[in-house]
Design a protein around this ligand. Structure first.
Ligand code: DP6
Length: 359
């Protein structure tokens, strides 16, 4: 007769985050330690998020993972680092109803299965790895009853993907680069929660959902090796900007917030151009969106919308309030009519709206 077995499962949902002061460049590639602090805003989980289920059972004979229904290899160092770090913090688990008893030491021998879904395009410059690794680490920590708080978990998620450490909190989040060689002080802290500045509306204009040609990891490695502008940015520019951004967020000063966000996005893409060989993440449509926003902000006298672009052509637009968001959508629809050949299409979803692409 087959031995009675059990499965213990945990599901978690984690939103993605968008940096308003960018992380670009590592000082340690293995531990994923950045060359500068960064600040992000966490998106509404209803729209861009990862949902991950992790399961453990004595009947599993190896660790396995499926991403959007397709099996992927867990052999990469980043997955292994996250798994190892959480396993090292696993605690005893007992569920009498289901007949489950896992001693602290058993976790070393037990295998996990992971199923993860992104409700948005993967690797299209919409920070899919951020939500993905944050969700994986969070779900594993719950499965193994690790006692670490989200700050401590962020230092583990960081070893999966740098930007992931910022997705363990809502609101505005700062990733402190830290000084320690072992990376123990390179972690995320929440600056303010999501209620602090809830009139902001975030709109994502999906210019293309295709996977990017140069991954962030490769791109930032090339920038560290070849861009002098990156050195200047990390040492001279970002430390001042971080302080100014923290002030702007604390005081809900949209004018300063927008100016800093746009300037930092533009400098990040300037670093990409200063890299050898140069990296082009934005395309003509991205540039047209920037011009449209700049013209409008200029004509209003005070900024109504901030734009920022990650490692891809898609625009993340942060509107001051609902009125500005409505006007922005009207302007975008005027500049990029859905029926035209422009490669930007327009469905508006929910409160924090997303303009989705057609194909
Ligand atoms: C442009 O976190 O994807 O989105 O640490 O190598 O996994 P790895 O890179 P990743 O880089 C994100 C870069 C960025 C800016 C940001 O999110 O701060």
């Amino acid at each position: 007769m087959a031995e009675k077995t059990w499965v213990r499962m945990v599901t978690a949902q984690t939103p993605t985050n968008i940096a308003v002061i960018k992380y670009w460049g590592k000082r340690d590639e293995t531990l994923i330690l950045p060359v500068n602090d960064s600040i992000s805003v966490t998106l509404d989980p209803a729209h861009l998020c990862t949902i991950t289920t992790v399961a453990v059972s004595p009947s599993f004979d190896q660790d396995r993972m499926w991403l959007n229904g397709k099996e992927i290899s867990l052999s990469g160092g980043r997955y292994q680092n996250c798994l190892r770090e959480i396993r090292a913090r696993a605690c005893e688990v007992e569920d009498k109803e289901k007949g489950i008893k896992i001693a602290k030491n058993d976790w070393e021998k037990l295998h996990v299965h992971v199923a993860s879904y992104n409700n948005f395009p993967t690797a299209a410059g919409l920070a899919s790895s951020a939500a993905g690794f944050a969700c994986l680490v969070f779900a594993l920590a719950k499965l193994m009853k690790a006692k670490e708080d989200n700050c401590e978990l962020s230092a583990i998620a960081r070893q999966g993907s740098g930007s992931a450490c910022r997705s363990l909190f809502g609101g505005f989040v700062k990733w402190i680069m830290g000084k320690a060689e072992d990376g123990s002080d390179s972690l995320a802290v929440q600056l303010v929660d999501e209620k602090h500045w809830d009139e902001l509306v975030i709109i994502i204009a999906v210019v293309s959902s295709r996977q990017k040609e140069t991954s962030s990891t490769t791109g930032m490695r090339d920038s560290v090796e070849t861009s002098l502008l990156l050195q200047h940015r990390a040492k001279e520019v970002v430390p001042k900007r971080i302080k100014q951004m923290e002030e702007a967020i604390k005081n809900r000063d949209f004018g300063s917030f927008a100016q800093l966000t746009c300037a930092d996005s533009n400098q990040f893409h300037a670093v990409c151009l200063d890299t050898c060989p140069p990296i082009f993440y934005m395309n003509d449509t991205s540039h047209r969106i920037i011009s449209c926003v700049e013209k409008w902000n200029c004509s209003e006298g005070t900024p109504q919308v901030a734009y920022t672009f990650d490692a891809g052509p898609n625009a993340v637009l942060i509107a001051h309030n609902r009125k500005a968001a409505t006007q922005l959508i009207q302007k975008l629809l005027f500049c990029f009519p859905p029926s035209s050949d422009a490669d930007l299409n327009s469905y508006v979803i929910g409160d924090k709206s997303i303009l989705k692409d057609a194909g």
